[in-house]
Design a protein. Structure first.
Length: 158
């Protein structure tokens, strides 16, 4: 994972985290307050900015960010660790699948490489837009159809 400039953290990482939290929790039957989700996203964006500057083995950045997001959500919302982790993991998994597929096609269409994303940070913002639109549409679909991956108040202690 390459380091990101502050404006990419603000314009990609923060909204990305917001969508991960909102969608992930919605899939587990919990509607998170927008203001709380935004504050969690801002804090996680700051954390992500610094973590991505660390020389860690591939994949450890992502694990650290998911764990920190889980702990931030737990501290802010007072849900059980299992509920927070499952929700964050589901949202992160959806984001990861979308990034892998959409980014692949965008790079192919624009004749760019992953290395170009590190060298031209504004591409990160541009390429995030279709991913964000898909996540918003997915959130709306989940909300409209009351789609749940799993819901158990007893298991999660809500």
């Amino acid at each position: 994972m390459y380091p990101i400039p502050w404006f990419v953290a603000l314009l990609v990482t923060v909204p990305e985290t917001f969508l991960v939290v909102k969608l992930g929790f919605k899939l587990f039957g919990t509607d998170i307050d927008t203001k709380k989700a935004l504050s969690i996203s801002l804090l996680n964006g700051i954390f992500s900015y610094f973590v991505r500057r660390m020389p860690l083995i591939f994949g450890l950045h992502t694990i650290a960010i998911i764990i920190s997001l889980t702990l931030l959500v737990k501290a802010s919302l007072k849900y059980s660790t299992g509920h927070c982790f499952a929700s964050v993991a589901a949202g992160s998994l959806i984001l990861g699948v979308l990034q892998s597929t959409v980014l692949y096609f965008l790079l192919l269409i624009t004749s760019r490489t992953v290395d170009d994303l590190a060298g031209k940070p504004w591409l990160n913002i541009l390429y995030f837009i279709p991913i964000a639109i898909i996540m918003i549409l997915l959130y709306r679909w989940v909300s409209k159809n009351n789609f749940l991956l799993y819901h158990s108040k007893k298991q999660y202690g809500d």
